[in-house]
Design a protein around this ligand. Structure first.
Ligand SMILES: [Zn+2]
Length: 281
């Protein structure tokens, strides 16, 4: 279990399960000849990905960023997505010594299944929230798009499960950039979905940013390496370059939501390129 001591706050990497998606859809316009050198695909052309959830302990809040794909997929679906780690997020929380009931806030970058489904578990009488005492923070535009099924893939969203969640916990709908708690802010990135958001924590003189699908792994620091799942690919491309430049200039720590081998990095500029470096505090 990896942690970052940020002085006034602590960040804990909570592995939320590993899975696999088609390399072609994950890298959009990039030819396979290029991406397979960096990310060798399996026999079904799938590449390794992780759901990297983040726990932020700020003194007042125990905030969870994203919830992974959860525990409720069928055997067939688990095989299709190569899902590994049956109760990964619960196991990670237990390893961190945190009960799900103690989480005060769950902040979601967006509502695709690999970020949202971990919010609900199968209880004895139906679906139940895993974090019953947490405010669940999401952009109102993302919630509306999810309910309306506005997506590049119909299967990305679970509209009926959103209704279930909203009946059982307090959902805080955000309208654009918002302060979630002292030092913790949400910022809209667009790109992947219209109202996709990232999160920024300022603590102890450090800035830790979780940009979600704006830059899901270190490989996506390259301008044209974008997912075919993005609704607005040009926005992803331009906004992530601004983000990377600012992260490099200001020395931010950037946490990757899907990188299977690194929960976080610093970004440095190398000529025209941005590259990831290990974090040393
Ligand atoms: Zn994702």
């Amino acid at each position: 279990m990896r942690t970052l001591d940020l002085g006034d706050a602590e960040a804990v990497h909570l592995p939320g399960g590993d899975f696999r998606l088609d390399g072609g859809t994950m890298f959009g316009v990039v030819p396979k000849a290029l991406w397979q050198r960096e990310c060798p695909p399996d026999e079904r052309n799938r590449i390794r990905l992780s759901c990297n959830c983040l726990l932020l302990k700020t003194g007042r809040e125990l905030a969870l960023l994203d919830a992974g794909f959860g525990e409720r997929f069928s055997r067939r679906e688990r095989a299709m997505y190569g899902m590994d780690g049956a109760q990964a997020l619960r196991g990670s929380l237990a390893a961190a010594g945190v009960a799900p009931e103690a989480i005060t806030m769950v902040a979601l970058t967006h509502l695709h299944f690999d970020h949202f489904c971990g919010c609900l578990i199968q209880g004895p009488t139906g679906l139940a929230p895993l974090f019953p005492n947490a405010i669940h923070a999401v952009q109102r535009g993302e919630w509306d798009d999810a309910l309306a099924g506005r997506s590049t893939m119909r299967t990305s969203y679970r509209p009926e499960e959103l209704h279930t969640l909203a009946r059982r916990v307090e959902v805080r709908f955000l309208d654009g950039d918002s302060e979630l708690a002292p030092g913790l802010t949400a910022f809209v990135t667009g790109g992947h979905t219209r109202a996709h958001q990232g999160f920024r924590l300022e603590a102890g003189g450090h800035v830790l940013v979780y940009p979600g699908e704006l830059i899901p792994t270190r490989l996506y620091l390259r301008p044209y390496w974008n997912m075919a799942y993005d609704m607005f690919p040009y926005q992803t491309s331009t906004r992530k370059q601004h983000f990377a430049a600012e992260a490099a200039a200001r020395g931010w720590i950037v946490a990757w939501d899907h990188d299977p081998d690194a929960p976080w990095s610093r970004i440095v500029q190398d000529g025209e390129h941005f590259v990831a470096r290990a974090v040393e505090l």
